[in-house]
Design a protein. Structure first.
Length: 256
């Protein structure tokens, strides 16, 4: 009998510390001291030039930069509204315009990737997710969405590392634990699948698919009581979780 598991889960659309690096061990202390002195002189020269050349035009430039940022935010918000209204072409247009005004707008790259993803334009989606990560390597949603595409493309070998990156940057990111567990289940690594499902439940206890998937694993191990417990927890958190009702029924049939 085949029980049903919850599939890989993507992240939703986004709405609305540098580490200390020690001195290069290849530089001897005397040379390093002279290097610091030289850099200090250059810095003072550049700072003096900046102060001397600061003018009204510079002020206007900074004001324009702030204007661009605000304009990008307005366009980004509009893009989200168009997505909600299923006006996808307009949404794409507004996200692109937001990026034009703010070329490092991580959330805009991400949302544009999500739109392409939903259209099954996977190459374009990957490009946008990678740009989001380029400008913010800690943007965990992009890792998760990127891995969902890799799953579609069968690139399983690349998925584990990226999920671990997402967890490294956000240890409470439940979607990454859930999907990593699903990956381990697919490659028959049951202990790590169980471990990550428990972590997914810890950080997002209301998500019924986590309980359901844990129940399926216990069922496959012949641990029917534990499987039953997980299916009931899934239904407790979502009374309309049809898959868990189905799987619970399978447990009762086997017990009889």
């Amino acid at each position: 009998m085949n029980l049903k598991m919850g599939e890989y889960t993507d992240s939703p659309l986004q709405y609305g510390n540098r580490e200390n690096v020690g001195a290069d061990p290849c530089i001897c202390p005397d040379v390093f001291w002279h290097l610091k002195l030289f850099i200090g002189i250059i810095f003072l020269f550049l700072f003096s030039s900046l102060v001397y050349s600061y003018s009204q035009s510079d002020t206007e430039l900074f004001q324009l930069s702030d204007t661009n940022r605000k304009k990008a935010e307005e366009l980004f918000i509009l893009g989200g509204k168009y997505v909600g209204n299923k006006a996808i072409k307009k949404a794409i247009k507004h996200y692109k315009l937001a990026i034009k005004y703010n070329p490092v707008y991580v959330e805009a790259y991400y949302n544009l990737g999500r739109v392409y993803d939903k259209q099954n334009k996977l190459v374009k989606a990957i490009s946008q997710y990678e740009l989001a990560l380029k400008y913010n390597p800690k943007y965990t949603k992009a890792y998760n969405s990127l891995m969902c595409i890799y799953k579609k493309l069968g690139r399983l070998e690349e998925m584990e590392g990226h999920y671990k990156f997402a967890i490294k940057y956000d240890p409470k990111y439940s979607w990454a634990y859930f999907n990593l567990a699903r990956l381990y289940f697919d490659i028959n690594n049951t202990p790590d699948a169980i471990k990550n499902l428990k972590l997914a439940i810890k950080h997002r206890p209301q998500y019924s698919d986590s309980y359901n998937n844990l129940g399926v694993i216990y069922w496959k191990q012949g641990k029917l009581e534990k499987a039953e417990e997980q299916y009931k927890l899934a239904i407790e958190h979502d009374s309309k979780h049809v898959v868990s009702y189905n799987n619970l029924g399978a447990v009762y049939l086997q017990e009889d």
